[in-house]
Design a binder for this molecule. Structure first.
Ligand SMILES: [Zn+2]
Length: 166
């Protein structure tokens, strides 16, 4: 089903794709797609995160305010990326806080490299700087030293209570 490719699981359509490994409960040949249902979104699809409350014009205005540069790395739209010189920079509306809807006040222009979904770990300020953690799993990547320090902070804050009783 070729058409399904244009719908796209990243927009929430429940589509299985050959070659994608995540939820393929049935074998689909690489390069093929199957629309499972129109009744349900793709599993794990976060409607709130994808809800948008701005239009193209708003984003153009925002990009202009940032001089058409990625807020995080500074690469300029249409020019080679700073860190991947063979990639031409394209700007996308990036979340400042990935746990909140994509709407004005929560958007910075980010290049496709900085706006990758795996960056959902972080909360950014309007200068594109990381100011907080959006996904607690990021703690797993910290050294033991940092984990102990975090544990100490939380232990003191919550008085050593059972986490299930907080
Ligand atoms: Zn960037």
């Amino acid at each position: 089903m070729q058409q399904a490719r244009h719908l796209g699981a990243q927009k929430g359509w429940y589509i299985l794709s050959g070659g994608r490994r995540d939820i393929n409960e049935e074998k689909i040949p690489r390069g093929s797609y199957k629309l499972v249902t129109l009744e349900k979104p793709y599993p794990g699809f976060n409607l709130d995160r994808r809800r948008t409350n701005f239009d193209k014009k708003d984003f153009e205005k925002l990009k202009k305010e940032y001089n058409y540069r990625c807020a995080t790395c500074g690469s300029k739209e249409g020019e080679p990326h700073y860190h991947w010189p063979n990639t031409i920079t394209t700007l996308q509306p990036g979340h400042m806080d990935p746990n909140k809807p994509l709407e004005l006040g929560n958007i910075i222009p980010q290049c496709a490299k900085c706006n990758r979904p795996d960056r959902n770990r972080w909360i950014y300020d309007n200068k594109g700087r990381v100011i907080s953690i959006a996904n607690p799993n990021v703690i797993d990547t910290c050294s033991d030293e940092v984990q102990k320090a975090i544990y100490k902070i939380l232990y003191l804050k919550f008085g050593g209570k059972n986490p299930n009783e907080l």
